[in-house]
Design a protein around this ligand. Structure first.
Ligand code: ADP
Length: 204
């Protein structure tokens, strides 16, 4: 089934647009971004992003879900990649997933206070995943809330960094994508994104 674009979600939910957002209105972006709540492994998109760990050999959370849904060949391909550093991204096939590809990125771990190195790492996760997608001619891409589960990144700050990085990347590369989907899983994250999306993607 079709995932509605942010423009339609905002209209339906009667979400107020800010007088003065963090970014100017940009009509070309209104139908490039979506907010979807649910299981990322069900999405029929060109690629989904995995919030992996540095071994790329599978873990819990969204990583475990993706490996279970993709089947054992995903782990086999991942085991040939030699791991992945924090903030970088590597692409594999999607195997049994409806998505054709998986872009594995490794988010920062946050224990105690959030530092600027972790903020930069999280931004790099989004940016390098988007760059890998462009390189792979991916036109539709779905992101989970990287690092906000077991890795402990505060969800509000993570949403700001995700939205800022996606907005700035799409501004420069909008013709390369049909859709970038933010796939939230938790009600709390949906609430955060519904509140923050108008600041970063004010509707034209
Ligand atoms: P990390 O180790 O990067 O923190 P987690 O998998 O622990 O990654 O959590 C990242 C986010 O993914 C969390 O918001 C979690 O609720 C969410 N998540 C878990 N399962 C799924 C799924 N099947 N689809 C989409 N998001 C999921």
């Amino acid at each position: 089934k079709e995932i509605p674009v942010w423009k339609d979600t905002a209209k339906k939910a009667n979400i107020k647009q800010p007088e003065e957002g963090k970014y100017p209105k940009n009509k070309a972006l209104d139908d490039k971004i979506s907010l979807f709540r649910g299981d990322i492994t069900k999405l029929e998109v060109d690629a989904i992003v995995n919030a992996a760990n540095s071994s790329l050999l599978g873990g819990g959370g969204v990583d475990g879900c993706i490996h279970r849904a993709a089947g054992p060949l995903l782990k086999l391909e991942c085991s040939s990649l030699g791991g992945c550093q924090t903030g970088l991204a590597k692409m594999t096939c999607g195997y049994l997933l409806p998505a054709n590809y998986v872009i594995h990125t490794v988010g920062p771990v946050v224990q105690g206070d959030l530092g600027s190195a972790q903020e930069e790492d999280l931004s790099n996760c989004y940016r390098n995943s988007l760059l890998a997608a462009v390189e792979g001619k991916i036109r539709s891409l779905a992101f989970p809330c990287i690092s906000t589960g077991v890795f402990g990144y505060p969800p509000e700050a993570a949403a700001d960094m995700a939205l800022k990085t996606i907005r700035e990347f799409l501004e420069e590369n909008k013709e390369k994508f049909d859709r970038v989907i933010i796939c939230v899983f938790l009600e709390k994250d949906e609430e955060i994104y519904l509140r923050k999306l108008p600041e970063y993607f004010p509707l034209a």
